[in-house]
Design a protein around this ligand. Sequence first.
Ligand SMILES: Nc1nc2c(ncn2[C@@H]2O[C@H](COP(=O)(O)OP(=O)(O)OP(=O)(O)O)[C@@H](O)[C@H]2O)c(=O)[nH]1
Ligand SMILES: [Mg+2]
Length: 240
Amino acid sequence: MDQTEQGLLCLNVLLLGRPQAGKSATGNTLLGSYEFQSRLSPGAVTRECRLCWKTFPGFLRRQGVETTLRLRVLDTPAYPNCLLSSERVKQDVATAAEKVFPEGVHAVVLVTRADVPFCQDDCQLVHLAEELLGPAWRSHTLLVLSHSDSVSRAGVRSEEYLGLASGAFQALLESVDHRYHFVDNSAAWPQTEGRPLLEKLLRISSQSKYSRLQIKPGRVNDLSKRQQERLTHNEPIHLL
Ligand SMILES: Nc1nc2c(ncn2[C@@H]2O[C@H](COP(=O)(O)OP(=O)(O)OP(=O)(O)O)[C@@H](O)[C@H]2O)c(=O)[nH]1
Ligand SMILES: [Mg+2]
């Protein structure tokens, strides 16, 4: 989070998750509007990284000053991916994150589904985050469980539900200091659903003293430099 300008906070968020986990939908919930393409697919909907941003005037008060939040969210292709190689996804994410967040990433959101059992693909995300950002990713990460509406419909409380999850899931939860958040991306009011999620991410950023994660040197190679040229022509969308 930049502290140089009084009355302004920046939050750079990187979304990661396996296919159809609800990454794009979670990005939309964070932004409070439908910006990223999100739909049911037997393949993968998001094929390229895409940045959207939004400004929230007067989102919070800091030291008595009304403060604007400048949120930037980078949506990414699924990892692992049935259409793109793992190396390609890693390179694409590394290139895009380095380009759109030159000052670094404040918070990582690992998206997984609450309505299906945690699986091996989810575990691979740990390696992806570690490889892209180094070991510090853990203190900047929130595990987001999408499809919380299914859990609510089943009449189970979220803590009770998590207690029933596999050992691998518990290990992941422990590795991010038990930071998790259930989200219903199908909610009629994404702004209302997104607010507590945003507040949690701001807390994570503040707890890590507003430090920022950089893409590990060496992750962006010549191949991805070519991809970067392509990204330059893919103008980000300014929402407000
Ligand atoms: N009911 C419900 N549906 C959700 C939720 N989150 C996502 N979905 C649905 O799940 C499907 C996949 O969501 P996406 O946001 O496209 O998932 P993704 O991870 O971006 O998918 P890929 O880009 O294909 O990897 C869509 O039909 C969403 O509407 C949720 O919290 N509740
Ligand atoms: Mg997507």
